[in-house]
Design a protein. Structure first.
Lengths: 228, 278
């Protein structure tokens, strides 16, 4: 069963066509890139996949299950969003703790997970810091940890390294690629960075809400960037 | 049974999160408590000079000594609760605007649990801030019954105000637009609630409008419990008499408040089934 199948998805905002007839599927363990210029519909597509918004028409299936059943499918994926959305009024630990309870973990298990991930992603010393007091790179690591708490089979990364310095980006990708390799976690990525696009096995290129290319990333890079 | 237990824990955790977020914003706590004081001082001293207190006493069905400041005290407590609890709608829009709500709504937790947790938190926080103001009434009136007995109805008023605040918050995507509601809707609704002057003394068309104003029933409930508590003798010897003369009025206003709470929660449930919270 495919981790993700998108079938005939259309999204209209009044008369504006945000997405038109989107069809694709993603294989298990694949790093799949959704790219395109600003306003092409990438974030709208990610929102539809994660069931944050409903498509005007069409269906999305996560491991064969219709994604309208949010309580069922949300355990399959973890998301790192484009913008940091950790609550700045709460500490790192509180953000992670509240999140894990919403994913049905007991408080004992939640604390174990916080210990494990904060150790693995090097933010243990910041656990009692409010989010507003930690660096952008650490925030990203906390968000990555939060996305992985429930051991998802799909990791959705929506421009995850925007605003990060080179070191933080390298650290972030070191952990993500390790997860992909060891745990065979499927990764769906949107990015504007060419070195991140190169990590993808396949690329879907969106332009004005339509698919203008879908295929291997090497082919995409040759046809779109090779000419320049 | 296990599922019910988990849902209770989730409602509690949302509620706890909201209370923590509120408590960490000390400036907001300070301003929402002091604002009604300022109103009370200016209204109390200003309008107190021109309003006929005898007429108010007859409307209130209260036989003790009364002045205008005493009349607006429960209104001021109620207004504090309304402002604080309604502001949870502001916090909800802020969470939508800044994206903090996104990971919560994408979790397996049903949306109704998230909303219910937030509404309950708004009720408790609103009532707690109302209680802070109410403690002053204890200093002023030296009457512990007033402070204790009004607290439960403050929670009801808080839940009602929070439900109304979150109901409107569902439709707004930015804080600026939502906050304009405060001037467009909430302040007129508070003025028409009877908190600062008796609605019964206003023209008939204002009385008619106030009958559709949920805050009118909220403030009426607080006023009725406040003055009934104030009428109680220290040894409760007149409890039966107070219950007989004022009990029905209190129950009636509680009923109207519960009606509006159920109405708004039902509306919220229907809307979120068809509308994304994004």
């Amino acid at each position: 069963m495919k981790p993700l199948e998108v079938k005939n998805v259309n999204k209209l905002y009044n008369d504006f066509i945000a997405l038109k007839n989107i069809n694709f599927s993603v294989d298990e363990g694949e790093i799949f890139g959704i790219i395109g210029p600003n306003g092409a519909g990438k974030s709208t597509l990610i929102k539809i996949i994660t069931s944050a918004i409903k498509p005007t028409s069409g269906k999305v299936f996560i491991f064969g299950k219709d994604n309208v059943q949010r309580s069922v499918i949300s355990k399959f994926f973890g998301v790192v969003f484009q913008e940091v959305n950790l609550d700045p009024k709460l500490t790192v630990k509180e953000n992670l703790f509240f999140h894990s309870i919403l994913y049905d973990f007991s408080s004992k298990k939640a604390n174990e997970l916080i210990d494990y991930f904060s150790e693995k992603f090097n933010f243990k010393k910041y656990l009692d810091f409010k989010i507003e007091k930690i660096s952008g790179g650490t925030k990203r690591m906390v968000e990555l940890a939060r996305a992985l708490f429930h051991n998802p089979k799909i990791l959705i990364l929506d421009e995850p390294t925007v605003g990060l310095d080179i070191n933080s980006r390298q650290n972030f990708w070191k952990f993500v690629l390790e997860l992909n390799e060891k745990n065979k976690i499927t990764i769906i990525l949107t990015s504007h960075h060419i070195d991140e696009i190169k990590l993808c096995s396949r690329i879907l290129y969106l332009q004005n809400g339509e698919i203008s290319f879908i295929g291997k990333s090497e082919e995409f890079l040759t046809s779109y960037y090779g000419k320049n | 049974m296990e599922k019910i237990k988990k849902n209770f824990i989730k409602i509690f955790i949302i509620l706890y999160r909201e209370i923590l977020r509120w408590w960490r914003n000390k400036f907001k706590v300070f301003t929402t408590v002091t604002q009604p004081f300022i109103w009370t001082i200016f209204f109390g001293i200003g309008l107190g000079k021109i309003i006929d207190v005898k007429e108010i006493a007859s409307i209130l069905n209260y036989s003790g000594p009364i002045n205008y400041l005493l009349f607006i005290f429960p209104g001021m407590i109620g207004t504090t609760v309304i402002f604080v609890s309604f502001s949870f709608g502001h916090s909800f829009v802020e969470e939508k605007e800044k994206g903090f709500l996104k990971p919560i709504i994408l979790s397996p937790t049903p949306t109704w649990i998230i909303i219910l947790g937030k509404i309950l938190a708004s009720g408790i926080v609103g009532a707690l801030q109302g209680l802070l103001v109410n403690i002053l009434s204890f200093i002023y009136f030296k009457d512990v019954a007033v402070t204790i007995l009004t607290f439960p109805v403050l929670i009801i008023l808080g839940i009602l105000s929070g439900a109304i605040g979150i109901f409107f918050a569902i439709f707004f995507k930015n804080i600026g637009s939502y906050d304009s509601l405060l001037f467009f809707l909430v302040i007129p609704a508070i003025l028409l609630s009877g908190a600062y002057f008796p609605i019964e003394l206003t023209p008939i068309w204002m009385i008619k409008i106030s009958q559709f104003n949920p805050f009118y029933y909220g403030i009426e409930m607080v006023k009725k419990v406040f003055f009934a508590s104030l009428s109680l003798e220290k040894d409760l010897s007149n409890l039966k008499e107070i219950l007989a003369t004022k009990g029905f009025g209190v129950l009636e206003t509680i009923f109207f408040n519960l009606f509006f709470i159920i109405l708004f929660i039902t509306l919220i449930s229907v809307i979120i089934k068809h509308k994304s919270l994004e």
